[in-house]
Design a protein around this ligand. Structure first.
Ligand SMILES: Cc1cc2nc3c(=O)[nH]c(=O)nc-3n(C[C@H](O)[C@H](O)[C@H](O)COP(=O)(O)OP(=O)(O)OC[C@H]3O[C@@H](n4cnc5c(N)ncnc54)[C@H](O)[C@@H]3O)c2cc1C
Ligand code: FES
Length: 278
């Protein structure tokens, strides 16, 4: 029987700096006999490990059709991510997954889609944008609201023009503050202010949100006060994962395991659960 905790060796084929503390890594599975990561659902995560340092969860932001090459965008925050930040193309890491339940893309067919992201939270939503772009006729209006602390902290800036060119797509940007001397032509203010001008209406739409929990709290408040219901708002939760497969209980909140039942949940599923501050 195969050990579910065994990391699969992967090589870092490419590293692209996204901003000061964020890089996108293109990883490829090294051994042809290792199972490919198929199918990867937008919103699912993988565990990346380094022997002696540990493992952490990261979203998959794109992948090739065989599931052997995929991208993940990682912010340097602590031990493991600082180590990854120091690696070079050609170095190896361990990966396992993909795990969890992603965004409700099948259920959302025929509907307008509102995506709301804060900071690095755009990473798990990027594959949703690609998926909708490739299956454009299956969805209505696509509206993307994205904010970061400063213009410097926005990620995937070189994709925005292409996203704006996707048929029936609106991209709205905001930052909390603009440092002196920086040119910024978009909104200034916290992400929920973008909801004031949103064109997607509650009827026949789904909302997908990812960002810090405090941001998601105010986003949910703004959405529900505009008439969006708890079961049409989906959120990706972040918890420290250990096993990633519903065995250890480390990511448990109330009756839910974030790794197995999420990380994407409808707000209706998680409202009122202990340790969820949304
Ligand atoms: C489902 C899922 C998907 C994820 N996807 C991504 C992704 O695509 N890209 C990505 O960069 N991260 C992602 N994360 C977060 C990532 O797993 C953590 O940031 C991880 O703990 C970093 O490991 P580390 O060893 O470097 O930091 P640690 O040593 O674990 O943490 C160091 C310090 O940073 C703080 N810290 C850790 N994580 C965060 C955080 N996210 N925000 C603020 N402070 C933090 C800790 O409290 C600690 O003080 C995801 C997490 C989950 C659960
Ligand atoms: S990480 Fe072990 S149960 Fe979720």
């Amino acid at each position: 029987m195969q050990n579910p905790y065994r990391p699969i060796p992967a090589r870092i084929d490419r590293i692209v700096r996204v901003r000061r503390d964020v890089k996108t890594y293109t990883l490829s599975l090294l051994n042809a006999e290792d199972e490919a990561f198929q199918p990867v659902e937008p919103g699912q995560f993988i565990m990346i490990s380094v022997p002696g340092l540990g493992e952490a969860a990261f979203s998959v932001s794109s992948w090739n059709s065989e599931g052997r090459v995929f991208d993940t965008t990682i912010r340097r925050v602590g031990r493991l991510t600082s180590y990854l930040d120091g690696l070079s193309e050609g170095d190896e890491v361990g990966v396992r997954g993909p795990y969890g339940r992603g965004w409700p893309l099948k259920e959302s067919e025929g509907k307008d889609i509102l995506l709301i992201a804060g900071g690095i939270g755009l990473a798990p939503l990027k594959p949703v944008i690609s998926y909708i772009a490739h299956n454009r006729e299956r969805y209505g209006l696509l509206e993307i609201l994205y904010g970061a602390r400063t213009p410097d902290e926005l990620i995937f800036m070189d994709e925005y023009d292409a996203w704006r060119r996707i048929k029936d797509t609106i991209l709205r940007l905001t930052v909390d503050m603009v440092p002196k001397g920086v040119i910024w032509d978009y909104n200034v203010g916290l992400v929920p202010i973008l909801i004031e001008d949103v064109e997607v209406r509650p009827e026949g739409s789904e909302v997908m949100v990812c960002g810090p929990e405090v941001m998601m709290h105010f986003v949910v408040k703004a959405l529900t006060s505009r008439g969006f219901s708890e079961d049409q708002i989906y959120l990706s939760l972040e918890r420290r994962m250990k096993c990633g497969i519903g065995q250890c209980g480390h990511c448990q909140i109330g009756s839910k395991y974030v790794c197995r039942d999420g990380p994407v949940f409808s707000y209706a599923e998680i409202m009122g659960l202990p340790d969820v501050n949304i």
